[in-house]
Design a protein around this ligand. Structure first.
Ligand code: ASP
Length: 353
């Protein structure tokens, strides 16, 4: 055997035994999730530890978060849009087959991850949207139609309206009264509708207020099961006060999450409108495929975004096939949760920007 092969084998086996990087776990299974969504990780762990597949465990974990309405920003009852409605974005990916199912801006159905799984396993499509996604999910047996609003989301929405519909996601527009309808602002400051500059009511363009420390809108979870197979899933009710029809990064493969059985997986959270332009999770997995450690791959994906959008807030968490995990973030302190065989319970890791 050549020296190079021997060196490769030594490195490979010592990394399996010793691990390296930020967080280390020698063996499968492993569950990794954005944020301290501890109950969700416990639910996924119960499934994967009992021998269920990575896909099953992702569904159990994300579904638990939807039922618990983690942080009020996963599942029903959170993040009202400009009309006060809560909608759901979700995605699941099987890293063995590279099959993906996703739903976007789904109305009236609270079970995002289960709907995504139905798309993956019972259609040849990848992404269904809006009311048609709801009709599909209900026809395939999920409960609905249900009202996805809650007392809290309606209260939040009422306060937002009282505050002149600020903050919001519009730019370069002239509103009638602070709230819509809006008209595009022309180069000379006037809209075609004839509203003058004087009528421009402080349209806030700072995005960070939407994605603050207390609006962790997304669970992105990666699982490696006992067979070493990888799956990821994402579920979110998106951005608070989004323009109706907005779809975030949640259902976009390679953005909110990505998995490849031969490499590992990645989950993301943060300003999805910005992040989806860079497919950070695809970037992380491809960097790891080329030999980067998870920590470096995560940092690299985040800095590619920060270079162009220094004000964005977001984070990714990466896990490779050796069970090495790491996170990177920008604009906020990020936490992610992990459960492995070596841990007695879920552990939460903190990553500073
Ligand atoms: N990425 C989510 C979105 O933009 C929000 C979040 O993760 O905080 O819809």
């Amino acid at each position: 055997m050549s020296t190079i092969k021997l060196l490769f084998l030594f490195t490979f086996f010592s990394s399996l035994i010793l691990g390296y990087g930020d967080g280390i776990s020698g063996k499968y299974p492993i569950v990794v999730s954005t944020w301290p969504f501890v109950e969700a990780v416990r639910a996924a762990w119960r499934a994967v530890d009992a021998g269920f597949s990575a896909v099953d465990a992702v569904v159990e974990g994300c579904s638990a978060c939807e039922d618990l309405r983690c942080d009020g920003t996963v599942g029903p009852g959170g993040s009202p849009d400009e009309n006060g409605e809560t909608t759901i974005d979700a995605l699941i990916m099987n890293g063995v087959t590279m099959e993906i199912g996703a739903v976007a801006a789904m109305r009236y159905v609270k079970d995002g991850i289960r709907a995504a799984r139905l798309v993956m396993e019972h259609t040849k499509h990848t992404l269904l949207v809006g009311e048609k996604a709801s009709a599909f999910a209900i026809a395939m047996g999920l409960p609905g139609p249900s009202n996805l609003s809650s007392t809290e989301s309606i209260e939040m929405w009422n306060k937002w309206k009282e505050n002149g519909c600020q903050p919001n996601f519009w730019k370069n527009v002239i509103p009638l009264n602070g709230c819509g309808p809006y008209r595009p602002k022309s180069a000379n400051g006037f809209s075609e509708g004839g509203y003058s500059k004087a009528n421009l009511m402080g349209v806030i363009e700072s995005r960070s207020s939407h994605f603050g420390l207390h609006s962790h809108d997304t669970i992105s979870m990666a699982v490696i099961d006992k067979m070493g197979h990888v799956a990821v899933g994402t579920s979110t009710n998106g951005a608070t006060f989004k323009i109706p029809g907005r779809v975030g990064d949640g259902p976009i493969a390679g953005s909110s999450s990505y998995a490849d059985d031969g490499v590992g997986a990645c989950g993301a959270t943060g300003d999805g409108d910005i992040m989806m332009r860079f497919l950070p999770c695809y970037q992380v997995v491809e960097s790891m495929r080329l030999g980067m450690e998870p920590k470096l791959a995560a940092k690299d994906a985040i800095s590619r975004i920060a270079r162009k959008f220094p004000d964005f807030v977001g984070a990714v968490v990466a896990v490779n096939k050796n069970g090495v995990h790491a996170g990177a973030c920008h604009g906020w302190t990020f936490q992610y949760s992990v459960r492995t065989l070596e841990m007695e319970d879920v552990e939460v890791f903190t990553v500073l920007p």
